[in-house]
Design a protein. Structure first.
Length: 309
């Protein structure tokens, strides 16, 4: 068995390994270094500018946020690279750390340093769990891993119960951002505004055998990877029923309180999607009757959440 498939290390340490597959993931490399480069893994933001901690107010969290967005923006290049990695081969990915001046200064001041290769390692572990990823000793003992994680929003489909308000908004927003749609509605495609059989053709929603709302609520919760609830009032019968269904099937959920500022909630929602690997998202919440204007608010929220990275 191989000791590793992927080793994340420095240019200097890489010279200790007699391997052909050595690559630079740094935006520049030593004059003596002839390793091939992987530009899509360079520490660049979405605009192609090199990221530096000092330009991120010295905040590792801010640096990581911008680096994640940069990698997400270059995912069409990163994904095929990941897919082409072979389980019977070894690869070394290199950068300057911990031998760069900023890394040395950080170690001198705090005993730790930050390197973007730590994020690359976590990205590989998530998307290629069949590979053995190893950090060198410096990164194992002195890097800052606690705030670093890699997740990609994986939502492919939005489903709902088709009710007026939040349910319908989820379907509309899905179409606007290019996601698949579906879900279950009560018999007759019942809503508070009457029957809407057109939803079958427009959104691919299926008709439940029951005329009542709860059965389709439970089925949507069951068939999704997680539920987001939008409401100004979470005490309504519909929201209580949705939560009961979520708990019965032990599925993750996220509540958006439309009475509060939405900016931070969008950020937190995106993180929730990533951390829970949500692929089929169930959108639920207040009806237009119980929360006038909610449909447009939910559409705006979801559009921003899915288009900001």
């Amino acid at each position: 068995m191989l000791e590793f498939n992927i080793l994340l290390t420095s240019f200097l340490n890489a010279r200790n390994y007699d391997l052909d597959n050595k690559f630079s993931v740094a935006s520049w490399k030593p004059d003596w270094c002839t390793y091939k480069e992987i530009p899509c893994l360079f520490p660049y933001d979405v605009n192609g500018f090199r990221l530096r901690l000092r330009n991120c107010e010295g905040s590792v969290e801010k640096y990581i946020d911008e680096l994640r967005e940069g990698y997400s923006d270059r995912w069409d290049q990163i994904e095929p690279w990941l897919e082409n990695l072979k389980t019977d081969e070894q690869y070394i990915l290199c950068c300057w750390c911990p031998h760069s001046k900023p890394s040395k200064d950080s170690i001198k001041n705090s005993g730790l340093f930050f390197c973007h290769t730590t994020l690359i390692g976590k990205m590989i572990r998530i998307h290629r769990p069949d590979l053995i990823v190893k950090l060198d000793q410096d990164r194992e003992l002195k890097s800052i891993p606690s705030t670093i994680d890699w997740y990609k929003i994986q939502v492919k489909k939005i489903i709902s119960g088709g009710q007026t308000g939040a349910d319908e908004a989820g379907l509309v927003a899905a179409k606007l951002v290019g996601l698949e749609t579906g879900g279950w509605m009560p018999a007759g495609f019942r809503t508070l505004e009457g029957q809407k059989p057109s939803f079958k053709e427009i959104y691919g929603i299926q008709e439940h055998s029951s005329y009542y709302y709860p059965p389709r609520t439970f089925l949507n919760a069951k068939e999704s990877d997680g539920t987001v609830r939008f409401a100004t009032d979470f005490s309504t019968a519909g929201e209580v029923c949705t939560l009961k269904a979520i708990n019965q099937y032990k599925k993750p959920y996220f509540d958006i309180d439309l009475n509060k500022s939405l900016e931070q909630q969008i950020i937190d929602f995106r993180s929730w999607l990533k951390c829970n690997c949500i692929k089929i998202l169930n959108v639920a919440g207040n009806s237009e009757k119980s929360s006038p204007g909610i449909k447009q608010k939910v559409i705006d929220f979801l559009e921003k959440a899915f288009k900001c990275g």
